[in-house]
Design a protein around this ligand. Sequence first.
Ligand SMILES: [Zn+2]
Length: 212
Amino acid sequence: MKYVRKTKAPKFFKVDTQHLKDWGKYKSKKKRDLKLHILRNEQYFLCIYCEGKVSMKNSHIEHLRPKDVNKYPGRLFEYKNLTVSCNGDCQDFCLDDQPHTCGHVKANLYDEQLFLNPTELEDIEAYFIYDSDDGRILPSEKDPNRAMYMIYTVLKLNEPQLCMARKIALKTLQNKLSTFPKEKRKDILKTILRKESIAFISFLRYRYRKII
Ligand SMILES: [Zn+2]
């Protein structure tokens, strides 16, 4: 997971939602405008939680603090609470169409003491380490309880399809590097890992943390 800097709420969002109190009344077309804005300007088409690539089709607007108006009055249309998550479907790994990870699995979970909020914690990457052999995300020593809560209780970030996707991202990067002369690879790697739009970028940065 990585820090996502929220920008100021766009004008169209304020206009579209100024009289709304019910999320269901927020029109689908307007929601799409918002989602596209967030994906383009803040998340670079990556899921807020797993950092997998998302498109307009396989993602949804995600309330970090859940849509429960009793628990979080005033947060329903609060721009900084709105992000985009993947739908967490398992693709080729099983035959069901149930969500297995990320926002739809999280649903209404949000423990204020434990939840690591990617829009509030600039050092959120430091809570996690990765196993580059099997693609798992694991707690660092920084605060294992909070990291475990995110990985296992809230988001299920070690489901097989996600571990596999991380390994594929690493292999793809390695294959790309191998097409360059050896003496240039380090600089190219540094350039690539500065980009925010690469899927599973935190995993890749962790893998090459001694180089970059
Ligand atoms: Zn995701």
